[in-house]
Design a binder for this molecule. Structure first.
Ligand SMILES: Nc1ncnc2c1ncn2[C@@H]1O[C@H](COP(=O)(O)OP(=O)(O)OP(=O)(O)O)[C@@H](O)[C@H]1O
Ligand SMILES: [Mg+2]
Length: 220
């Protein structure tokens, strides 16, 4: 599913990723742990095609058999919209839109018709226990509810691959556990692949493989 080799990232002269190699198989759940500043978010953004690796040294990034480094920005945006879902710690919902609208936006970008998008969005919101919250704006939802809306948004285009950065960082322990169970349920039911950065030891240990980042590299 993901094949990455020799991923470097520099901010000016600061080398934040130092030649990371990572391979993820389809339907694997991978957790990435490590100290603050180790480079976890930076790596996730590059694997998720939101950011590009440094080209100072040759690297490889192949996702779903597609050579990501060869895509231009427009092709990359289309690829991301169709194949990748993101769940962030600070859910980044659009404040002026309702829960239902926020969930539908990636589907509209993909070109899905309004009726079909809303039907799927409602299914996901129902599944996540939010059937009474379709028309609430983010400011009218609790933190855990906002987080679940962002999960529905990540899933609406049925992505092959889901990246999550501290997905349960803002949740109480019960909501966190529900969210973690959901990840594994989705993997079991739909074969989705997850790469999850987390400080939550329980979640990290539940993963098929737990990788530890230290100072810009994955420990082997
Ligand atoms: N845009 C940027 N410009 C300069 N330095 C940056 C930038 N983004 C991140 N860094 C630096 O890169 C390093 C890695 O950051 P990153 O966000 O990947 O860490 P992290 O492992 O996700 O940490 P945390 O657990 O605190 O989220 C940090 O030292 C950070 O200061
Ligand atoms: Mg981070």
């Amino acid at each position: 599913m993901i094949q990455a080799k020799n991923i470097h990232k520099f901010y000016d002269n600061l080398e934040v990723l130092k030649g990371v190699d990572i391979h993820v198989k389809k339907s694997e759940v991978i957790s990435i742990v490590g100290a603050s500043g180790a480079g976890k978010t930076t790596l996730l953004q590059i694997l998720g095609t939101l950011d590009r690796a440094s080209t100072k040294t040759p690297y490889e990034l192949v996702i779903n058999g597609i050579d990501i480094s060869s895509l231009n920005d427009k092709e990359l945006a289309k690829f991301r919209n169709e194949h990748i879902g993101f769940i962030f710690q600070f859910h980044q919902l659009l404040p002026e839109f309702t829960a239902l609208e926020n969930v539908c936006i990636p589907a509209f970008i993909k070109g899905t018709k309004k009726d079909a998008a809303e039907k799927r969005a409602k299914e996901l919101l129902d599944f996540l226990g939010l059937s009474q919250r379709y028309n609430h704006k983010p400011s009218e939802l609790s933190g855990g509810e906002q987080q679940r809306v962002s999960v529905a948004r990540a899933l609406i285009n049925n992505p092959d691959l889901i990246f999550a950065d501290e997905p349960s960082g803002n949740l109480d322990s019960e909501s966190a556990e529900n969210l973690h169970n959901l990840f594994f349920k989705l993997r079991d039911e739909f074969g989705q692949t997850f790469v999850i950065v987390t400080h939550n030891e329980e979640l990290a240990d539940l993963a098929d493989r737990k990788l530890t980042m230290v100072d810009g590299n994955i420990m082997v």
